[in-house]
Design a protein around this ligand. Structure first.
Ligand code: F6P
Length: 324
């Protein structure tokens, strides 16, 4: 291969820029051409591409967001959209595509490969950490630290006013941020999409905390938790059933997606970016690079998409013990 294109797709995540940089610099190192695609598949269809060289990516390793911008593309879901995307790549003499994104973005890449035989490699980038085939996705570590820092601050108010806070963190379908930030910030309860612990249990636990003389309580709730109530409804429910509590709600929202990537995310992005280019150079395709036991590995991208995710039950268990 002579030229690689790189894009970021789906929700942005800290570390995406570090991954772009690693891909571009690896191309330069191996004397390959490199083009960046703006706005993911959307930009590819619209031929919004830019030639990149080693110097184009200076001073971005520390930057949040993505210099290539990102989008969730409707056009690429159509055959015509993908045909146009293919023609644009051929026109630019691009031989392979690196997609930095989540499983939706990888599904597009697989389709693209099946229809046109175009070589693709995926780099997992999402704060949700919900991708099979890697212990960490880009941005997850940074988002976790952002969430913990924010919850620590909320704790100050919670304990100053003897309040109970419901803090909603991101994770539509995955409880990784909630579970780990919850344990890290000492949350009394953690509600995640993967487990329905039941509202009775929540009330019992909060009642126990109150009787134990706790001056503040934090319940971390993942966006997609299984209680059937949104975070405001949950707060209201608890207020009605445990009127002794002064309850507040805080939704952390998109602040969790922003900010300078942690050192972990920068190193991970650098390792995965280099590996993605090296796989393509070796003639490999349809793979996702990832981290397993601190080793860079690759997984069939279809397996990565279909694999699902599982949370660490040990964390739920120890959370109960250490918040007694
Ligand atoms: O997938 C990352 C994520 O931040 C989820 O945690 C969240 O549910 C979703 O994206 C929000 O997406 P958007 O920014 O498009 O509203």
């Amino acid at each position: 291969i002579k030229k690689i294109a790189v894009m970021t797709s789906g929700g942005d995540a800290p570390g995406m820029n570090a991954a772009i940089r690693a891909v571009v610099r690896s191309c330069a190192y191996y004397s390959l051409g490199c083009v960046g695609i703006y706005r993911g598949y959307e930009g590819l269809i619209e031929d919004d591409l830019v030639e990149l060289n080693a110097r184009s990516v200076h001073n971005i390793i520390n930057k949040g967001g993505t210099i290539l911008k990102s989008a969730r593309s409707k056009g690429f879901r159509t055959k015509e959209g993908r045909q146009k995307a293919y023609e644009n790549l051929i026109e630019r003499e691009v031989d392979a595509l690196v997609v930095i994104g989540g499983d939706g973005s990888f599904t597009g890449a697989v389709l693209f490969n099946e229809e046109f035989g175009f070589p693709v490699v995926g780099i997992p980038g999402t704060i949700d950490n919900d991708i099979f085939g890697t212990s960490h996705t880009l941005g997850y570590d940074t988002a976790l630290n952002t969430a913990v820092e924010a919850i620590d601050k909320i704790r100050d108010t919670a304990s100053s006013h003897n309040r109970l806070f419901f803090v909603e963190v991101m994770g539509r379908d995955a409880g990784f941020i909630a579970l780990n930030a919850g344990v890290g910030a000492g949350a009394e309860e953690i509600l995640i999409p993967e487990e329905d612990l039941g509202l009775d249990r929540l009330l019992e636990s909060l009642e126990r905390s109150r009787r134990a003389g706790k001056s503040s309580s934090i319940v971390v709730v993942a966006e997609g938790d299984k209680s059937g109530k949104n975070v405001y409804e949950l707060a209201k429910y608890v207020e009605e059933n445990l009127p002794q509590y002064d309850v507040r709600v805080s939704i952390l929202g998109h602040m969790q997606r922003g900010g300078s990537p942690s050192c972990f995310d920068r190193v991970l992005a650098s390792r995965l970016g280099v590996k993605a280019v090296e796989l393509l150079l070796d003639g490999k395709t349809n793979l996702m690079v990832g981290l397993q036991d601190n080793k860079v590995i690759s997984t069939d991208i279809k397996v990565a998409i279909a694999g699902g995710h599982s949370i660490n039950h040990e964390l739920l268990r120890i959370s109960d013990i250490i918040t007694t």
